[in-house]
Ligand binder design. Sequence first.
Ligand SMILES: [Zn+2]
Length: 647
Amino acid sequence: MKNYLYAIVCLLAAITVQGADDLVLAEKGKTGYQIVLPVTSSVPEIGRRLNQAARLIQTAFKTNGFDIQVVPEDKVDLTKPGIYLGDTAFARETGADISRLAGWTYIHKVAGGNLIIAGCDQPDNVKPETNKPHSPGYWLGTLKGTADFLRQYAGARFVYPGETGVEYLKTPRITVPGDMNISKTPVMLYNTCGVSRDLIYDVANNMFPMVGLHFYAHSWPAAVPAEKYRETHPEYFAFVNSNRCCTVKSSDGRWMEQYCISNPEVQELIYQNLIYWLDRGYAMADLGQSDGFQACQCADCKKLFKTGDDWGEKIWIFHRKLAERAAKERPDKRVMILAYGLTRQPPKSFKAFPKNTVIQLVGATPELLAEWNKLEVPGGFTTFTSSYGPYGFAAFTPKITPRKMESTARLFFASHLQGFYKDGGNQLYGLEGPAYYVFGRMLDDPATNRCNDILGEFYSGAFCETAPWMGIFFGTLYHRLEFFAAGTSYVDADGKSRQTLVDPVHYLGCIYTPDFIASLDNVLSQAEKKAYSEKVKRRLALVRLEFDYVKSIATVVHLSNAYQVQPDPASRARLLDALDAFRARVDSYYEKGKKEVIPGWPEMPSLGGLPHGWVNLKAMTYSRYNETVFGWDTKALRDAPLPAPGK
Ligand SMILES: [Zn+2]
């Protein structure tokens, strides 16, 4: 029966293929195709995602005037060719065997006039712990394959999360190469900031969640928790200043969790914790010393591995031994070792890690990657960074530029970096959206894709009729942000690293000068007047929301400067009014009962999805914003006498 079916679709295909090159899926307002799904899926989530992929194709076709039906494979119309999604019998019979695929890999294959889009669709198969929350993970290669098909051949642009974020460019004729037969494995295993607004946007832009990976970074405290062992085994803990450290609490109120790693039982507990996660089904688990590392001062630790006081080397040798043992005892699994703090630099006493080892670099700079690439790290690298989050001077004003993301993608690719975790990040789709898009699209082909081409694609896809104005808007913004692209520190003549700026208000004053804000406002207003499509209006509303937030901050900054120059009652009153206006603006994002910050766009909370006291900067302790004008009590100050001169 199956062979008979195949013969028919092949015959049809021979009729449908026009010329040697292209297979026409739709043209002149019609399509002869149907979308075919597997009859069943043993995993409901995978079935749901395949349906979602089918609906996406249907919507893209419909936008261009093509009606296409979705059918399960046992109800297939034998007189028509199909677009076969996922693990169909047809895909398997025609050599598109997805059982051999791993991760987010997918196949695009033309077989007898049919198009097969099939990827690795698998659950992580992790056994959850009893009474602990667990969100199963899935590799959804077919969803990735569908998003890429729609972008490459059907005019879809995944410019922002949510339905509002998908644009379908007019594509009156949808074709694919008649001899298409590719298998694509994305360059990243994972690329995430831990929050997903919309999985379709994410996978389309090569932002993959961590699947099958136990990620904890600091695994030692999880393996030897102080609460469990501090009373029965104080000797497990680091000997610091004549005491076992588990007798004191750290600043966060927890018992100190630093360890005496020459103790064989501690070594075994750390190893068994690694094995515990691998045996629960994770394909990879991590290994890392405690945060805020403190060395044990006991004699045995000093002697350990003959490294003396070189604790970076001591920890590397220890971790490599654990990885070697895991390679023998769990040969199919991988170990991700943390390179952070005193282990951020490579080991000195050896040059090769075992086959199962991945190194997680915290803050992967070009210089650090160059050092690490001199070693043999068979599993490659991943990285964790906080520099995309709100922790620096920029807080929730934009800081990531498309140019920076182009060079980052190239660096990652050249350095075999395959996992990226952003602590914070992707919080400002309005003002940083083009940079997120450039990074995602660069990862499609890091060696040859170019930032400028991708930006053109983004502006036309996201802003359509207003694209020329928005190109100017973002070009002007990112040009100014280059001012601090090299950072705010330098090395002085004595070799000391020095900060050029220590006050975030100074930073903001340098970037957002009044003439600059006015010119951006002018261009954005022109775009707003030209917009007519609902989606474009919503996307501009997002840019406007974040721009007005920045403008409001800049107003406070400049009036604060004016008040310092001329500290009189009128100057102070203007500043306090501006500060109250800024706070009222931020309050409006959080109005009770308000479901959507941008009406009609539930997936886009923008600034409203972030902590209130951080967004208004009043409780923002990072970069000590709370100690600047943004921490002022305006009510109290209005009634207070002016400070004496010089105060
Ligand atoms: Zn010790």
